[in-house]
Design a protein around this ligand. Structure first.
Ligand SMILES: Nc1nc2c(ncn2[C@@H]2O[C@H](COP(=O)(O)OP(=O)(O)OP(=O)(O)O)[C@@H](O)[C@H]2O)c(=O)[nH]1
Ligand SMILES: [Zn+2]
Length: 184
C-alpha cells in the first residue's frame, strides 16, 4: 500500500536536499504528482499473479506457445531509475493454457515493483509454472538500464539479457534454440 503522505513528505525533503525550493511555482505540485505516479508505477505490489492466471482454457494441443516483444518498464532497486525493454515468454502447456493478455499482465504486474532484472525474469517464470503446471517455461528479458546509460558507467545502447528456464526447458537445448529462433 503506497503511503501517499510519506511519499509527498519524502519528495519535498528530496527537493530541498538537492538545493531546490520545494514551494516554488514549478515544484509545488510535484510531491502530489509523484505520489500519484507511484500508485501507477509501483501498483504491481498490490496485485498477485494467481489472480491474473486463474482463468485457464483446456487444450488438446500441447505445442509450445510463444508471446514475444512484450514491452515492460520497471524500476531498478539500486538506483530507483527505470530499466525497460522486451519480455519474451515460451511455455509448453500440459492441457491448460491461459489467455494471451494474461502473459503480458503477469509481466506488467511484476515489473511495476522495485526490481532486479534477474529476479523479475524468475518471478514471471515461477508464476507461470505454479498457475499452469505446464511442461516447461522459458522467459527472456532484454532491457536497457538507465543507471548504466544516463549515469555511472554511461553505456547507452548496452542491453542486459536474462533467461530463466523451468521444467522441460531446463535440460533441452533443442527447445531453447527453437524458442530463440522464434523470438529473433
Ligand atoms: N544484477 C543486477 N545489477 C543491477 C541491476 N540494476 C542495476 N544493477 C547494478 O547494481 C550495481 C550497484 O552497484 P553499487 O556499486 O552498489 O552502486 P554504484 O556505485 O552506483 O555502481 P555504479 O553503477 O557502477 O556506479 C551496479 O553495478 C548496477 O549496474 C539488475 O537488475 N541486476
Ligand atoms: Zn540501477
Amino acid at each position: 500500500m503506497i503511503d501517499q503522505g510519506k511519499v509527498k513528505q519524502a519528495v519535498r525533503l528530496l527537493l530541498e536536499g538537492i538545493g531546490e525550493d520545494s514551494g516554488r511555482e514549478g515544484l509545488k505540485d510535484t510531491p502530489e504528482r509523484i505520489a500519484r505516479m507511484y500508485e501507477e508505477i509501483y501498483g504491481g505490489m498490490e496485485e498477485s499473479a494467481e489472480e491474473h492466471l486463474k482463468k485457464t482454457f483446456h487444450v488438446d494441443n500441447n505445442e509450445m506457445v510463444v508471446e514475444k516483444n512484450i514491452t515492460f518498464y520497471s524500476i531498478c532497486e539500486h538506483h530507483l531509475l527505470p530499466f525497460y525493454g522486451k519480455a519474451h515468454i515460451a511455455y509448453i502447456p500440459d492441457g491448460k493454457v491461459v489467455g494471451l493478455s494474461k502473459l503480458a499482465r503477469t509481466v506488467e504486474m511484476f515489473a511495476r515493483r522495485l526490481q532486479l532484472q534477474e529476479q523479475l525474469t524468475a518471478q514471471i517464470a515461477d508464476a507461470l509454472m505454479e498457475s499452469l503446471n505446464p511442461k516447461g517455461v522459458c522467459v527472456m528479458l532484454e532491457a536497457e538500464h538507465m543507471c548504466m546509460t544516463m549515469r555511472g558507467i554511461k553505456k547507452p545502447g548496452s542491453q542486459t539479457v536474462t533467461v530463466v528456464k523451468r521444467g522441460g526447458f531446463s535440460n533441452n537445448p533443442e527447445l531453447i534454440n527453437l524458442f530463440f529462433q522464434m523470438i529473433k
